[in-house]
Design a protein around this ligand. Sequence first.
Ligand code: NDP
Length: 333
Amino acid sequence: TVKWGLIGASTIARQFMINAIRAQPNSEIAAVMSSSPERATSYAKENGIPLAVSTLDELLGSDIDAVYISTTNELHLEQALAAIRAGKHVLCEKPLALTSADARAMVAAAKAAGIVLGTNHHLRNAGSHRAMREAIAAGRIGRPIAARVFHSVYLPENLQGWRITRPEAGGGVVLDITVHDADTLRFVLGDDPLEVSAFTQAAGMAAGGLEDGAMCIWRFKSGVIAQSHEGFTTKFAGTGFEVHGSEGSLIAKDVMTQKPIGSVLLRTAKGEEELSFDREDLYVRSLRQFHAAIRGEGQPSATGEDGVWSLTSAEAALQSAKSGKSAAIDPKL
Ligand code: NDP
């Protein structure tokens, strides 16, 4: 049995990850840590978790094998390093840290300790994105030329907290959503970005100098160019992901989401075809891959290195928005 400790009494754990952990065979949630003893206790009670603690030492000293970190972003580094020192496997939320250098330190520490480190980029687990990746790899759109990502949403009111008010906690739409888009582009295209040019905006929701909207243009190693739009303030936009190639286009709708929904259309000279794909819960699949990695079978669906790539990409987007120039993306891995 893999015994999990939750670091962070978070919304994402409550909405998706507790279920995903419990959906695995031989898997249980043994403890939850919150910085507030009261919140730890009430969260444990609401979610049927046997142990509630309010310090990292207590959590890491309890009988657990792995931790899932879903605190605010500035806390991930220290909590992951402590868990790695204690010999626990770490599934960490994105962004892995506030800087790519810190994320690299996490990857190095995990490697040296021989523990599994994963980044919870859920979209790699979506049947839609896997179907697109497979179609591209099978040559069904010929040579990929360009991609477009539509991932500007409306941040739900219950989440309008640290993301739009606290720069020191790693708020802002780029660290929140651009990281996912950079990772999903890498995954679907099977390619790595070399540089990015970005504009950001504060469109009325974010405060404290944070951005709540971003448009990025990416250049990939193969020569593919991509654009991505991330936002917290567009209520009616819908999401999508398109890849256009020399022999065809993949047009996916409603796929930049936490749910196994949406559609993927392949359009070629032969006509249009809806691709079928599996509708498994994204987070359940993420956990299954992580458990397999613990057993020494393969890797988490997004590794620590993938987390370094996505954070380096987001960092470069922020740098570009600030400088008004394109920024190189070098994860130094
Ligand atoms: P939350 O705001 O729900 O939780 C973050 C922290 O805020 C918690 O650890 C908790 O601190 C504190 N907190 C939560 N609720 C309250 C409350 N009612 N009063 C006071 N403090 C509270 O964040 P999310 O769940 O949205 O995000 C957490 C992490 O997960 C982030 O790193 C984010 O980027 C990532 N994320 C990833 C997603 C994915 O699909 N991969 C989706 C959503 C988020 P404490 O633990 O000390 O109690």
